[in-house]
Design a protein around this ligand. Structure first.
Ligand SMILES: N[C@@H](CCC(=O)N[C@@H](CS)C(=O)NCC(=O)O)C(=O)O
Length: 123
């Protein structure tokens, strides 16, 4: 029997399931999502790039959210990626900072953001 500092495996499992459901809900209801940590320099680079492009995006700072570590574990299980930033566009996982920058350099990022409705198209 656990006191207030311990949790049963059932409780941990419930926390994980709730975090997974929350992460999926955030991803499905926002065109662009960056799961981030406020002190992470790679996250800053991605957020700066999206701001530079004038893209609307949702940021979830996992070090600030009370359930951030559960969300990070849920993302690891769901996407196979435990590190932040973990970027999603139009419900699809893109990857981290390196991948996002690479997609920008190869000209794939802006069309994807436009298609997602995160940036206004030129015409
Ligand atoms: N190559 C990765 C680097 C990302 C990275 O190393 N992020 C660190 C934070 S700065 C991380 O997630 N560390 C594990 C953790 O915070 O749990 C990328 O391009 O996104």
């Amino acid at each position: 029997m656990g006191g207030i500092w311990s949790s049963t495996s059932e409780e941990s499992k419930l926390g994980f399931e709730m975090a997974l459901a929350k992460a999926k809900e955030i991803v499905s209801s926002n065109p662009v999502v960056v799961f981030s940590k406020s002190y992470c320099p790679y996250c800053t680079r991605v957020k700066q790039l999206l701001n530079k492009l004038g893209a609307a995006f949702k940021v979830v700072e996992l070090d600030v959210e009370s359930d951030g570590s559960e969300i990070q574990s849920a993302l690891a299980e769901w996407t196979g990626q435990r590190t932040v930033p973990n970027v999603f566009i139009n419900g699809k996982q893109i990857g981290g900072c390196d991948k996002t920058m690479e997609m920008y350099s190869s000209g794939k990022l802006v069309p994807l953001l436009t298609e997602a409705g995160a940036i206004a198209s030129a015409s």
